[in-house]
Design a protein around this ligand. Structure first.
Ligand code: SOE
Length: 399
């Protein structure tokens, strides 16, 4: 079997986990890293034990040993780099959100389809075994018709006004901050598990910390920035809180709370689905348990025991029951699915069904965009637009 080579563009907290996940696959060669300069790439390559460092992403793309590009740059660079990688014929794994705006996401979706290569966006919570179990249970009708889909994604790493991230700057992070960063994960997960689509939203966005005392240099997510001595005052316009009502295409109603300034909540993603027959609930911070709720019999707590899982969920569980698997394992599962697709040539029919593609990334941008429009209109219901092709891709479409 041909050994695949991967290259990574971008720094940040997540880059190390891409490298780690690929290493755990065992059959992919880690070729090199590109950053904002040769020096930063060299430093990062040293830290992560990677052999090659490139002066820029163009040099990485020119390397024939790189077959797959992992794009972990800040959102404003996603489009340029993913597009260049697709044009160079590389398979692309992009961090979420796919891009900074609906228009950019649409361009990437079109370009990926025309390029005919694997295109993945890291909605990594899909990679949990019990998320796949929940999805199988809904698909098999175990819950009956879903009536309510609700939950939250709450964090506290932006609570302190002395903490700052590029995500809060619309020029770098895009029009949305909290919704784009973590609300996007929840919406993808809710649609993936239920198999239903969010059709309309009513959103109330808020900036609870409107002025920040940012350190002179920006840091990684979750880093302690309170010790910096040099600071600048920054006015914040993007949301750090959001409350959203949802309507789904199967008639279900829903709600979502998102916030990144909520003391005590570290990475608190919760999803609950109530059907006419039963309910289920899953929490990212207790990923080895799935709560199954009943009306006329006792509720149960299903442990992540491979022997008890649906056959579709079993490949996502690697350890016996009682040996917890968590965030990094789910991330590895997503990357494993991505490379399965890549080995099959990246053709649409070879994509593992749990794997999120650029089509899902584009779809997700449309959902977040509807939330931004709803808030801008003063909190009124807005429909989620249907995906469409760009004019340029219609003209230049292959085959
Ligand atoms: C920061 O909010 C962050 O690292 C997100 O960017 C990730 O996507 C999420 O998985 C954890 O939190």
């Amino acid at each position: 079997m041909k050994k695949l080579g991967m290259g990574l563009v971008g720094p940040g907290f997540i880059a190390a986990h891409h490298i780690d996940a690929v290493r755990r696959l065992g059959d992919v060669e880690i070729i090199g890293i590109a950053g904002s300069s040769l020096d930063s790439a060299k430093q990062r390559a040293r830290d992560l034990g990677v052999a090659r460092a490139y002066a820029n992403y163009q040099a990485l793309l020119a390397d024939p040993a790189v077959h797959v590009v992992h794009n972990t740059t800040p959102n404003h660079l996603h489009k340029e780099i993913s597009l260049a990688a697709l044009r160079a014929g590389k398979h692309v794994i992009s961090d979420k959100p796919l891009a900074s705006s609906v228009q950019e996401s649409r361009e990437l979706f079109d370009a990926a389809r025309n390029a005919g290569v694997a295109n993945v966006v890291t909605f990594n919570y899909r990679g949990h075994a019990l998320v796949q179990q929940a999805r199988a249970m809904v698909a098999k009708g175990k819950l009956g018709a879903p009536v309510l889909v609700h939950g939250c994604y709450l964090q506290d790493w932006l609570t302190d006004e002395r903490t700052y991230t590029w995500r809060l700057d619309p020029k770098l992070g895009g029009a949305s901050s909290a919704l784009g960063d973590i609300g996007s994960h929840w919406c993808d997960l809710a649609e993936h598990v239920t198999g239903a689509r969010i059709t309309a939203v009513l959103a109330d966005l808020h900036t609870a910390v409107p002025v920040r005392q940012a350190p002179a240099t920006s840091a990684k997510a979750f880093a302690n920035q309170t010790k910096s001595t040099q600071r600048r005052k920054v006015a914040i316009t993007s949301e750090d809180l959001a409350s959203v009502l949802l309507r789904f295409d199967n008639g279900a109603r829903g709600s979502l709370l998102v916030g990144q300034v909520l003391p005590g909540h570290k990475n608190d993603l919760r999803l609950e689905i109530n059907g006419r027959l039963a309910s289920l609930a899953w929490r990212q911070e207790q990923p080895n348990e799935l709560w199954i709720g009943h009306h006329a019999q006792a509720n149960t707590l299903l442990s992540r025991d491979p022997a008890l899982l649906d056959t579709s969920a079993r490949p996502y569980a690697h350890l016996p029951a009682g040996h917890p698997e968590a965030w990094a394992d789910a991330f590895r599962n997503l990357i494993a699915d991505a490379y399965t697709w890549i080995r099959k040539g990246g053709k649409p029919d070879g994509k593992p069904s749990a794997l999120p593609s650029f089509a899902d990334g584009y779809r997700n941008s449309l959902v977040i965009d509807a939330m931004l429009r709803s808030n801008a209109a003063g909190g009124v219901w807005q429909n989620v637009e249907a995906p469409r092709e760009t004019t340029s891709s219609k003209k230049g479409k292959r085959g």
